[in-house]
Design a protein around this ligand. Structure first.
Ligand code: SAH
Length: 356
């Protein structure tokens, strides 16, 4: 792996780096990185020579490659190039009261869900915790610049966070302990890696769990979400129950509605039964188009019919808004290689902040 980046360093490592400096420097620099979200060059309470040294030894993890804005400025997608040339994307979404960032946990993904652009592209590597945390820092900085407040972090970008558990968990801690977001404002979304869900249930912060279900019978789920062959629905339900019991957090299921595939009445009936046992909330999203998957998303009337079928069975269900579709920033559309090959529409000039 490449040299550690700015947010890969923990406090102990920073203390070592600042050996010979007055002890309060560690606090100053730590607060500079996590509270002011400052670049070392801008930590004006630190002597200039030290600022310069910090800028050198604490390099950024993410180099901005492209930025795209949609939804009247309320959705921003960034494509970053990492130290080794890998590319990942981050999406910031502003809502009236709060902003949410969707972060990537891996470059690419090994889970091979056919309908997902990242799954179509395959796996490159795990992200380090610093590479994950820096996505949140960039988004938070941007939110501040837009007069907003970053309130939620969702691990729903590229990659499978529970296949990169240790780095994901270290990032969660940094986001919680140092960037100051509460555990109830952090959501990990998984394809259903059962050992990871169990570890999460035992972990020391009760974060929200979202499971990308998409089918509630094993035959169809094996097809849509291949990891189901390893961790079938019955086993998945047990792990989810354990998470709910241990953390007290509400579980949610993601369901990308695919026309004629998983939007039939029997799909609603099975999903309602599966969700009922776990008192899970269901998030419906019409499938977003991706280059490698021919089947389309369920049209709006079908989405509404499916929602009603669930609601009539007592399921707690919402339809998720599809943000950023026009800039390939919507759910499942993140695929760095495609984003590079095709210029991103509606790009606007980078601001001074992003140049730094
Ligand atoms: N690997 C994790 C997190 C990344 S995917 C997971 O599977 O949960 C984030 C969400 O987008 C998942 O629910 C995923 O199934 C969904 N998704 C993937 N491709 C999609 C598409 N084309 N349209 C709508 N949702 C999609």
């Amino acid at each position: 792996m490449a040299a550690p980046t700015r947010y890969d360093l923990d406090r102990g490592a920073l203390t070592e780096l600042l050996a010979g400096q007055p002890r309060y420097r560690v606090d100053q620099v730590w607060a500079g990185l996590h509270e002011q979200l400052a670049e070392p060059e801008d930590m004006t309470n630190v002597p200039l020579a030290l600022r310069r040294r910090l800028a050198e030894v604490l390099p950024d993890a993410l180099a901005l490659t492209t930025e795209a804005v949609a939804d009247g400025g309320d959705t921003v997608k960034w494509l970053w190039t990492l130290g080794d040339g890998s590319r990942v994307e981050t999406v910031l979404m502003h809502y009236p009261q709060r902003s949410t960032v969707c972060v990537s946990s891996q470059a690419g993904c090994a889970m091979a869900c056919g309908f997902c652009a990242t799954g179509q592209a395959g796996f490159t590597r795990h992200l380090t915790s610093g590479e994950i945390v820096e996505q949140v820092v960039r988004a938070s900085r941007r939110a501040r610049a837009d007069g907003r407040r970053l309130a939620n972090v969702v691990f729903m970008g590229m990659g499978e966070p529970l296949a990169n558990f240790d780095h994901t968990w270290a990032a969660v801690h940094r986001i919680h302990d140092d960037l100051g977001l509460g555990a109830r404002h952090i959501t990990i979304s998984t394809v259903g890696i059962v050992p990871g869900i169990r570890r999460l249930a035992d972990a020391d912060l009760p974060v929200n769990l979202a499971v990308s279900l998409h089918a509630a019978d094993d035959e169809l789920r094996n097809e849509l979400v291949p990891i189901n062959k390893r961790y079938p629905l019955a086993v998945l339900a047990e792990a989810c129950a354990e998470h709910v019991e241990r953390t007290g957090r509400r579980l949610s299921f993601e369901w990308a509605l695919i026309d004629g595939v998983n939007d039939r009445p029997q799909d609603a009936a099975r999903l309602a039964a599966y969700a009922r046992g776990l008192r899970a909330h269901v998030n419906l999203i019409p499938l977003n188009p991706t280059p490698g998957y021919a089947t389309r998303g369920t049209p709006p009337e079908g989405v509404e019919r499916f929602r009603r079928e669930l609601a009539d069975r007592g399921t707690n269900v919402t339809v998720r808004d599809t943000r950023g579709t026009s800039i390939d920033a919507a759910c499942g559309q993140l695929a760095a290689s495609a984003a590079v090959a095709a210029p991103i529409p509606r790009r606007r000039p980078r601001t001074a902040d992003e140049h730094r």
